[in-house]
Design a protein around this ligand. Structure first.
Ligand code: PA5
Length: 533
């Protein structure tokens, strides 16, 4: 039932003129007043297979069978946890409607669970006056006004947007000529560190490429994202960029408002600053209080940068909403969220696999891996518990970390993330006249053939050494599958929080460095150089 996302119809105006990056059948964007928006999504459900983590039934003792019994989980253990998984799901289901959670459950930021369907529903009813309508309008404004957009944000206010941009845009988007980008601005990410020289490089690039503000190709803008509105890294770089914008376009509030889109929580310093700069309330996009930073990719924090570069954010939300429904409605045996959380949790608890490797089999998914690292580390790394996340990009890292994962300490489970279909036609190796490289025997093989052989070969090598693997399979890389995948990983993380007995929301441990940093900065003499110097 959930393999086919079906057809969704909006009798609404979609305020963008560009086609989405993926052209789903019958999906049209239009500027008329009474358009008919219809989205047909192909059958592209994300799958999860965990056979590589389960001990096979063997009649006779062998050295491999002995290793398997120590390092893989047994089918009975999975059967044994099913009831608990259903209870966890039920309590997560009821918590999302809780009005006043008890103090021990705070912070409670489960708003991300229903957010995708709420956003789509509100858009269907209110159109441009919905949050999604405002996001699309703001993205349209930046596309009309600018050729370069700098996204400022850190942690959850950056990683989701970066994951979407890298996965779904052209790999060399920023280098493409304007006509190949179909008017979509180039996108840069800053404010996610405090690196003097990299910021200066960005400013130099902007100064040298954006000379005449009268020419669209030479104009740039800023999206500033901070839920709290007070994160020092983002706030500092925003102050610098805002001054640069004022220097380039002039100091009038109108010119700033045309080139800046703020995304923030219901209160905080960023909101105050923007209101003082003349932004209207509805020009400041929202991260709802009930949605935590690393769970905020389906808010304007992730959706606005994605829409700026023309990604189909409706398909993304639909994918996420579909995954929430699968999670809430499907039995364990058809529920990828519950299976993923249960298998990874059991491997950790029963066999000590406390390093969680996410092996992405596409370089376009490396940033997704970084996003997942944060999701897992900040959500579950509490009270001396929580798996250690690690992203590897295959086949690149088979030539760096592969040795250790095959032969090193047996503390790892590998979750493969594999995309079955390519966007472009498979590239063949082809014949060579002299065949010095001895590849003529493979001349008819394609790069996807080689990748698939490497994937199967690696899984086989792990299986032969009783090292557990699971496979997350994406039929294609699209907005719809990324929406499913990201929602699945977020849901699985809160399920695992329940299993571990930790609150997956909030990050109290991060506060320690912030307090120290603020104190040290206050004590530091202002001489423009570091206290270390
Ligand atoms: O997951 C989280 O909540 C954090 O990683 C935040 O996203 C990060 O600290 C940035 O916070 P803010 O959006 O308030 O600037």
């Amino acid at each position: 039932m959930f393999g086919v996302a079906g057809s969704l119809q909006f009798g609404l105006r979609v305020p963008t003129a560009e086609p989405p990056a993926n052209n789903f059948t019958g999906h049209s964007h239009t500027q008329t007043n009474q358009p008919h928006f219809r989205m047909q999504l192909p059958d592209e459900a994300v799958e999860f297979n965990f056979q590589g983590s389960v001990c096979p039934h063997l009649e006779t003792w062998t050295p491999l069978a002995e290793l398997q019994s120590q390092h893989l989980i047994r089918a009975e253990q999975i059967d044994g946890i099913k009831q608990q998984m259903m209870q966890v799901r039920q309590s997560i289901g009821s918590d999302r409607t809780m009005v006043n959670p008890p103090a021990k459950m705070l912070p409670q930021e489960s708003g991300f669970i229903d957010l995708p369907s709420l956003m789509l529903d509100q858009y269907r009813r209110k159109g441009e006056n919905s949050e999604l309508g405002r996001i699309l309008r703001a993205a349209g404004k930046l596309r009309e006004e600018t050729d370069r957009v700098v996204v400022l944000g850190i942690g959850g206010s950056f990683l989701g947007a970066k994951a979407l941009f890298d996965a779904l845009s052209h790999t060399h988007h920023n280098e493409l000529p304007e006509r190949m980008r179909h008017g979509k601005p180039r996108l840069y990410f800053e404010g996610n560190n405090v690196d003097n020289d990299s910021l200066q490089d960005l400013l130099d690039m902007l100064e040298n490429t954006c000379v005449d503000p009268a020419i669209k190709e030479e104009r740039w803008g800023v999206v500033v994202v901070s839920k709290s509105g007070g994160t020092l890294e983002t706030a500092s770089v925003y102050r610098i960029m805002r001054n640069e914008l004022a220097r380039f376009y002039g100091h009038s509030p109108e010119s700033l408002r045309k080139r800046i889109v703020p995304v923030t929580g219901p209160s905080g310093k960023l909101r105050e600053l923007c209101l003082a700069d003349g932004f209207k309330e509805d020009e400041i996009l929202k991260i709802p209080e009930s949605v935590g930073g690393r769970f905020s990719v389906m808010t304007a924090a992730g959706l606005l940068p994605a829409a700026v570069v023309g990604l189909d954010i409706l398909a993304l939300l639909l994918g996420a909403a579909t995954m929430t429904r699968r999670f809430l409605e499907e039995p364990f045996d058809r529920n990828p969220v519950l299976q993923y959380a249960a298998v990874n949790h059991l491997l950790n608890k029963e066999t000590g696999k406390n390093t969680r490797v996410m092996a992405v089999w596409s370089r376009k998914l490396e940033a997704l891996g970084m996003w997942h690292d944060q999701l897992l580390a900040e959500s579950l790394g509490k009270q001396n518990l929580g798996p250690t996340p690690l992203t590897v990009v295959q086949t690149r890292d088979l030539h760096s970390r592969g040795q250790q994962h095959q032969d090193g300490p047996r503390n790892k489970v590998v979750n493969n993330l594999f995309v079955k279909g390519t966007r472009h036609a498979p590239i063949q190796l082809g014949m060579a006249d002299r065949n010095e490289d001895d590849l003529n025997s493979l001349s008819r093989k394609t790069l996807p053939d080689i990748l698939s052989a490497a994937f199967q070969g690696t899984n086989q090598a792990f299986a032969d050494a009783a090292r557990p693997t699971n496979d997350l399979i994406l039929p294609t890389l699209s907005e719809h599958t990324m929406g499913q995948l990201m929602q699945m990983l977020m849901l699985a993380t809160i399920v695992e929080g329940r299993l571990l007995g930790v609150n997956p929301y909030g990050q109290p441990g991060v506060e320690a460095y912030k307090k120290n940093m603020t104190r040290i900065l206050k004590e530091m003499p202002s001489k423009g150089s570091s206290a270390m110097g």
